[in-house]
Design a protein around this ligand. Structure first.
Ligand code: SF4
Length: 385
């Protein structure tokens, strides 16, 4: 009997989302930026399903609109698997209470809460761990058979981890490079999709030693992709981006750089232990402008120390650089259990909600709501250009 991999549809998980945020992300993923196009029931291709399908070739996949829907589909299966996030964890627990078989869960919730709640939930630290529990052979790679032809941005991992220690972040510090057999296996699978853009999944591109081979990978995908391939999106820091030389950048196929700007204020950046300041951000922007690479700033709403004045600095910076900005990613601060910041700020469980601007520890909620609204207005104006 095969395993059923269940993914709850994005619309179910974002029901309580701020309507302005929803309007902005609907605009971003409406296809006006090639590659930024929803994969039907989810915003992007769920990477965990592609990785699980690779290790378990007879696994079935189901996109569920609700718990009842998932339970109906799971009838006859003796085991299912989920990737848990804070926003779907309650739904998974409800499912597990009514399901007779085993529920394998991995992902991004605190594993400690799993075993105590339902006896049939088995926590997996990773897909490798899942394979060990099931006595399957583990192999690192992806299988996009369920997503063939998707125009959504695909993800390709050269490495995992990040050496920095930003206070709000829970990315593991240890860098693990993928080997080239694994990377080209991912590239071959991406060629089956119809995506004009590939997102390099590395948390801070340039830290792992294999960054310099991106131009070869670019040529390879251009040659073998079934559709026109435009290039890559990378995410990195200003200081790391400045280490990449012009020659590499021109040959690499990098079209967009997501920079973790978060806040254009030195005091806040330094307090969060961000490896950037406004001077390094400005030099990075000039380099992007000169090389005609588009910028996607990541902005966080709700960092400690933000006020009308500091938010105004960041918003002004966005408008001053609108010629180089494609669009922005706006995140509400979420205090993850393992993040250093969560030990500094007294908070409640609801503060984990990434979709909510409201946090219990804000003295004045309105300043953050005002800022979120201003960032989304800027983002929508950028998308209309
Ligand atoms: S640079 Fe980015 S990935 Fe690295 S610790 Fe900071 S926020 Fe996390």
């Amino acid at each position: 009997m095969s395993t059923l991999l269940i993914q709850f549809n994005s619309d179910l998980l974002t029901q309580d989302e701020d309507p302005t945020a929803k309007k902005y992300y609907d605009m971003l993923y409406d296809g006006r930026r090639p590659g930024y196009q929803r994969f039907g029931p989810t915003w992007e291709i769920p990477q965990w399903i592609a990785e699980m399908s690779y290790v378990e070739s007879d696994a079935d996949v189901y996109f569920a609109n609700h718990v009842h829907d998932a339970l109906r589909q799971a009838e006859g299966y003796t085991r299912v698997a989920f990737s848990a996030l804070d926003c779907n964890w309650k739904l998974i627990q409800r499912f597990a209470r009514s399901f007779q078989g085993l529920v394998y869960v991995g992902g991004y919730v605190n594993p400690g809460v799993c075993s105590s709640l339902n006896g049939n939930i088995l926590w997996c630290c990773s897909i490798r761990d899942y394979c060990e529990q099931r006595e399957l052979e583990y192999k690192s790679g992806v299988d996009y058979r369920y997503f063939a032809g998707a125009k959504t941005i695909a993800r390709l991992t050269l490495s995992t981890g990040c050496r920095h220690m930003c206070k709000f972040c829970i990315v593991p510090r240890h860098i693990r490079e993928r080997d080239w057999q694994d990377i080209y296996q991912q590239a071959d699978e991406i060629c089956r999709l119809n995506s004009p853009l590939v997102y390099i999944n590395d948390k801070t591109f340039g830290q792992a030693g294999n960054w310099w081979r991106l131009p070869c990978l670019f040529k390879y995908i251009v040659q073998y992709a079934e559709t026109t391939f435009n290039g890559f999106i990378i995410q990195t820091t200003a200081s790391q981006f400045l280490k990449l030389n012009d020659d590499f950048l021109l040959k690499s196929g990098i079209r967009y750089v997501e920079l973790g700007v978060e806040s254009y204020n030195d005091e806040i950046l330094s307090d969060m232990r961000k490896p950037a300041n406004i001077a390094s951000i400005d030099v990075a922007i000039e380099k992007l402008r000169r090389l005609r690479i588009k910028l996607i700033p990541n902005i966080i709403v709700g960092l400690p120390g933000e006020s009308y004045a500091t938010y105004a600095n960041t918003i002004r910076w966005c408008y001053n650089n609108r010629d180089v900005i494609s669009h922005i990613n706006v995140y509400n601060l979420a205090l993850y259990d393992d993040a250093e910041l969560s030990r500094e700020i007294e908070h409640i469980d609801a503060d984990l909600d990434e979709n909510s601007t409201g946090k219990s520890y804000y003295k004045d909620q309105t300043v953050h709501e005002w800022a979120a609204s201003a960032f989304y207005s800027f983002g929508m104006a950028a998308l209309r250009r």
